[in-house]
Design a protein around this ligand. Sequence first.
Ligand code: PLP
Length: 479
Amino acid sequence: MDTEKTLTAFLEEHRKENPVSFHMPGHKGRRFYEKYAPKAAALFNRLPDYDITEIPGADNLFQPETVIRRVMDRYRSLYESRETYLLINGSSAGLMAAIMTAVPPGGKLIMARNCHKSVFNGARLGNITPVYAWPEIIEEYGICGEVTAEEIERAISEAPEASAVLVTSPNYYGVCSDIEAIGQAAHRHGMMLIVDQAHGAHLPFMNERLAAEKGGADIVIDSTHKTLASFTQTAIANICSDMVDLDVFQDRLQMLESTSPSYLLMASLDLNAQILEDYGEELMKAWRENLMYFYRRYKEIPGLSLMTHPALDPTKLNLDMSSRGYSGADLEEELEKRGIYMELTTGNIAMAMTGIGNDRSDYDRLLEALAEISENAPAAKASFRCENEETPGICEAERQVNSHKPETVRVPAKAESVHYTEAEGRVSAGLIIPYPPGRPLICPGEVMDGKVLRYAFVLRQRGEKVIGMTADGFVRVGV
Ligand SMILES: Cc1ncc(COP(=O)(O)O)c(C=O)c1O
């Protein structure tokens, strides 16, 4: 670990490498703006000058009437929403505001257990009790799949007094749930449906069938920074039905967001809307064609497969080269050596998150690198698949963790730190969250499971971030 390098030095070195980005944000760098918004690209030379505050004429994010209002209107018309709010504290703030709008303090929220940590935090902040719906497991990879409407119905029957349902669709790997059926189930019981579409801001333009805005959700939160062209930390909240009280939503939002919203971030939202208006169709067509090209060409690479699912957002490429002996993390490492950066690895998957800014050359570089990695698989590796009966390995560990349904008791008032090997059976005082993907493995008040703790420590040892567990394996438990 380099402890000397400054943050700016790191950014500059990374830039100079001419990296290929298959991670967030969706714009993938300067070249995209230079092509699609050449005049506005001057913004980059003027960043310090554009970094202002609420001077006369600059409007106010929390009482938008002029220039900020116009950005909101652009999104309202692009997404055909009833109202759209700009978010400068990411989808995280939008999800928390949505939860605190839909569910009163002391109320209940039906939520998928694979939600992002911001959903758990929203429930905590609003003094709301989560009632979990359990996603299906994709057995081959051990990861979470869709959340079915039947499972939502089951959770509703467990807590018919709940006020809202919240699911993530698409999930991190691109697996979408049937929003229409889930919405019908929620609405039949007078509950609002909130969809965390952080990973699918492009869907209304790319694949309407999978878009929550078109499927009857009441509030949809889209991270425009993840796959489209606004800057990191920006997102939008689309209000799609009359069930939502706009004043309440706006009030919850102003509680959660900075009182000094960055004009640079808001300008990037404006720019993203402009690019979608001017070039949206052309860009979506090119994106689709590039994906089709990749989906055709990857088959020529020995040992490479892609995870498939009937409701998969095809912009997420879940690469699997385990038949050549590479785990997802191994594959990511090999790609990084070639200047290509993935968004996430889990078990045998290395996930390339494509975005509006990836052009054909990025896909070509990825294909070339994958071909080379496949060809160079060491003989010992090539004969070993990461998963087999004798070596259950990482996918099985992931499956066990995702299938585990913990017992929940009261959140402890007092806590101490203990080594994870001594924490089994104790009550967790904090969240334990591998990041990415940001889905909590253990929540406060849950009885800790040995397998889950071990898995968290394995990730930590591999150098991954696991919030709530120190590098030497200490966690917080109740006393
Ligand atoms: C599923 C999901 N929801 C919400 C978020 C939060 O989004 P943001 O980073 O824009 O706050 C993330 C972040 O990665 C996520 O993966």
